[in-house]
Design a binder for this molecule. Sequence first.
Ligand SMILES: NC(=O)C1=CN([C@@H]2O[C@H](COP(=O)(O)OP(=O)(O)OC[C@H]3O[C@@H](n4cnc5c(N)ncnc54)[C@H](O)[C@@H]3O)[C@@H](O)[C@H]2O)C=CC1
Ligand SMILES: O=C(O)/C=C/C=C(\O)C(=O)O
Length: 480
Amino acid sequence: MMQLQNFIGGQLVAPAAGRYLPLVEPATGQVFAQVPDSDAADVDAAVQAAEVALPAWRALPAEERGRLLVRLAELIEQNLDRLARAESQDNGKPLSLARTLDIPRAASNFAFFGTAAQHFSSEAHVQEGVAVNYTVRHPLGVVACISPWNLPLYLFTWKIAPALAAGCCVVAKPSEVTPYTAFLLSGLAQEAGLPAGVLNIVHGTGPGAGQALIEHPGIRAISFTGGTRTGQHIARSAAPQFKKLSLELGGKNPNLVFADCDLTEAVRTSIRSSFANQGQICLCGSRIFVERPVYEQFKAEFLAQVQALTVGDPLLETTRQGALVSEAHLQKVLSYIDLAHQEGGRLLTGGHRVQVPGRCADGFFLEPTVFEGLAPDCRVNQEEIFGPVVTLTPFDTEEEALHWANGTDYGLSATIWTRDLTRAHRVAHQLHAGVVWVNTWLHRDLRTPFGGMKNSGVGREGGLEALRFFTEPQNVCVKL
Ligand SMILES: NC(=O)C1=CN([C@@H]2O[C@H](COP(=O)(O)OP(=O)(O)OC[C@H]3O[C@@H](n4cnc5c(N)ncnc54)[C@H](O)[C@@H]3O)[C@@H](O)[C@H]2O)C=CC1
Ligand SMILES: O=C(O)/C=C/C=C(\O)C(=O)O
């Protein structure tokens, strides 16, 4: 059986204690590989390797660091098919999605930050003729990047690329549930000629390798994407050592459909924003609020398209809904479907586990599910389900829509559907969300600040924000 390995000091190495965890293919329910169950000794070896590599890496001109990152981007593109298959096997997502979204974005992350570092300059000003102040941005040092299972290589590289571009050395831990493409990235980093120790990848669980990483005194900053509860835990652990934190956490995002919108486009995109990656994207719009005059029409068109989504083997081109990431996660999502019934919701479609014939008979499949009739403040409309389950709710006024949209502890993203641009701006400015899309969804531009308000996170990644995060500003004041 395939055994993944850690990547430490430029070498693929077994975990010190020799322990491994089984890796399950969500579409089949079968173990297909083993992943290191690393511990504090492995993390320490990785941090030491990063510390050794740091002086030379930070001293390298940004252009040369960038060249290596761009080379890595090219290698990801050249290995698109292999990486997409690995991502689909590991995560359960449709191969077509991995091929068109996950892996191309991983390449873009390296290409973008490889060049962005060359456009990152610091500020200076003259203080009324008496002094010149300028800012030096020092790389923070050795940093930790911890990523989740839903967009494995996409989010792993979203953190690693800016850290490396800024001159930091990295110890990264992918999710133990989906580590396969991070392992393949180790080989590509070697092939790209990344100096040994600049990027280290340690596999293992959250409480094991993850906890050792966030507690390690050699780590100066932690960039984390995952569940809000884990984010709270990391913040508590990191605070006594004053580690810099960037936390991208959960969402319960509203999708506001006004009566004057292009309804065909709103329905089409809402299908994607509800069910892309089986609803396992923190940006998915799980609460759909529709202005009453078009509610029934939206509902009818939306349900027709939901029912046409093919749930099945992720390898088939016709599949639109693959498997959920694990049996445990499927059970969590099913428990919210039970809760929706208890809370008085009317099931409009879906709601059941799917038995896919053939090789996927034991996979973790679920019908895309839609409820209506749930109060905006019920648990199903307040808690992050992170699966293919959405609710429909009619609204009568803009104020009511805004009140409900903002009425959760989360504040990650929101979508507005309207042809009235004045309304679009007015509503956008009042939404408590770090990212607002108007007449679109998951329209990404890597230059923009990305992150959430309230319980959806702390800090922003993307563009110059990410390079600022991974550097420490120092003011130098020269008397004239
Ligand atoms: N907002 C988002 O992007 C994501 C949200 N979630 C939400 O979180 C829920 C739980 O999913 P999980 O897989 O358990 O996510 P998680 O937050 O536990 O895992 C994310 C990453 O954090 C690591 N981790 C966990 N505990 C840690 C610790 N003590 N120290 C350091 N690293 C640690 C994990 O190993 C993984 O690499 C999901 O059901 C979903 O609702 C999950 C994944 C992504
Ligand atoms: O940066 C993006 O484009 C998407 C980010 C998505 C997440 O952070 C998530 O789903 O966890």
